[in-house]
Design a protein around this ligand. Structure first.
Ligand code: 3BY
Ligand code: FES
Ligand code: FE
Length: 419
């Protein structure tokens, strides 16, 4: 049995078996958790939200990455900025409401006042030598990928974000994230380590037996099974889609929708993957009747039946772009054994609830699926606590992306702590 607090991270990384789930301390140890926050969450691009979280100048949204509190602010020129949410006077938390709208950012303690670019514009009683210009809010690196917001806490963020943005931009742009609104946000605290939440997301081995709602619209090819491993219905679908999906790719590409798989999950520091796949049968969206949930389609999309574009990023996000709405997920670790899963449903910004879409119908499939996934993560967290837990093998047919997540994670940790 491993000595959790004292087994050094380097030995843990060395002893892990490739192609297998991680040794238990990776899911349990507060020491590993602290290292994850330092080497993964404070050094890589972390997906945190969307531009429509702060649609107008003066809109502010705050969120936490571990011990960091960060404020997203839309400035008067319409640019979204990010700042550490810590007053430069005596360190009070500056913004306390999760969402608010302000003219300037005013600290309630002694009223130091910052404009929307973070410059300190007002600080009484500080004497003649005080330099306001030296006490602006500390900025956080922020990038928008067609409206999806990523922040990086490192002094020097990974440079390959630009490559991801260049290659992903054309896939996402047709769904026009900037012209959407957040129809609903749901926060779920999952009873497990953040890596279990990510591992669970990267496979659909468990979908058939655990996700009765999601499997209605999802096409089995998306589960990663080889044709000979599919059941009769799924094989029939695979055949219909021109095994596998070449006819759809041609139609999508002709309609200006890049759709071919890109997989850089374990080959780039800013690891990512994308693919557009058809939905089951005549499916249009991730709904129980597989029809579009919202009458107003996104961007200038020509039809509701465009399958679904998925986009996954390391270390903490995944996204599904349908013709009528977008579902976007971020995982924010809380402690070694709890993680926040934040889900947002985006619809066209002019869509009216109750007229163009029914909220329960829009969110139903993923509300159910998230809870099911959270329960599964909880089961693995329980298992990892048992002295009998032993890392088990990933399926080479359906858990390749889990393997890539774990390889990416171990590679990035090794890059920072050595092997
Ligand atoms: O959302 C995903 O990307 C994966 C595939 C389907 C279920 N799962 C949570
Ligand atoms: Fe913010 Fe004093 S701590 S003004
Ligand atoms: Fe799942």
């Amino acid at each position: 049995m491993l000595d959790l607090p004292t087994t050094p991270l380097k030995s843990l990384l060395n002893e892990r078996l490739p192609g297998h789930s991680l040794p238990a301390p990776f899911y349990l140890s507060p020491g590993v958790f602290a290292a994850d926050m330092e080497h993964i969450f404070a050094k890589h691009w972390i997906y945190v939200g969307v531009e429509p979280d702060v649609p107008e100048p003066g809109d502010v949204a705050i969120f936490d990455i571990g011990r960091y509190s960060i404020a997203l602010v839309r400035d008067d020129d319409g640019e979204v900025r990010a700042f550490h949410n810590v007053c430069r006077h005596r360190g009070a938390r500056l913004v306390t409401d999760e969402k608010t709208t302000v003219g300037n950012l005013v600290c309630r303690y002694h009223s130091w006042t910052y404009d929307l670019t973070g410059a300190l514009i007002h600080a009484d009683h500080m004497g003649p030598t005080f330099k306001r210009s030296c006490h602006g809010l500390k900025p956080v690196h922020i990038r928008s990928l067609e409206g999806l917001l990523f922040v990086c806490l490192a002094d020097e963020p990974p440079a390959d974000f630009d490559e991801m943005a260049r290659r992903m931009g054309p896939y996402i742009a047709p769904h026009n994230v900037r012209n959407t609104k957040v129809a609903h946000q749901h926060d779920l605290i999952e009873p497990g380590n953040w890596k279990l939440t990510m591992e669970n997301n990267r496979e659909c081995y468990h979908c058939g037996t655990n996700h009765p709602e999601l499997t209605v619209p999802l096409f089995a090819y998306g589960f990663g099974f080889a044709p000979e491993e599919m059941d009769e219905h799924d094989r029939a679908q695979a055949e219909r889609y021109g095994c596998l999906v070449d006819t759809n790719h041609a139609a999508w590409e002709a309609a200006g929708l890049p759709s071919r798989e890109i997989d850089e999950l374990d080959t780039m520091v800013t690891g990512f993957r994308t693919e557009r796949l058809p939905l089951d049968g005549d499916g249009e969206s991730h709904t129980l009747d597989t029809k579009a949930a919202c009458r107003k389609l996104l961007g200038d999309l020509p039809s509701a039946k465009l399958g679904g574009l998925s986009f996954w990023t390391q270390p903490n996000s995944w996204h599904h772009f349908l013709a009528d709405h977008i579902v976007t997920f971020s995982v924010l670790p809380l402690d070694a054994e709890r993680s926040l899963l934040r889900t947002k449903w985006l619809v066209h910004k002019d869509a009216v609830e109750g007229v163009d879409y029914d909220l329960d119908n829009l969110i139903g499939v993923w509300m159910a699926t998230n809870q099911q996934d959270s329960d599964l993560v909880g089961l693995c967290q329980h298992g990892a606590r048992s002295p009998a837990y032993q890392p088990g093998p990933y399926s080479p047919n359906t858990e390749m992306l889990v393997d890539k997540f774990v390889n990416w994670y171990c590679g990035r940790m090794a890059a920072h702590v050595g092997r």
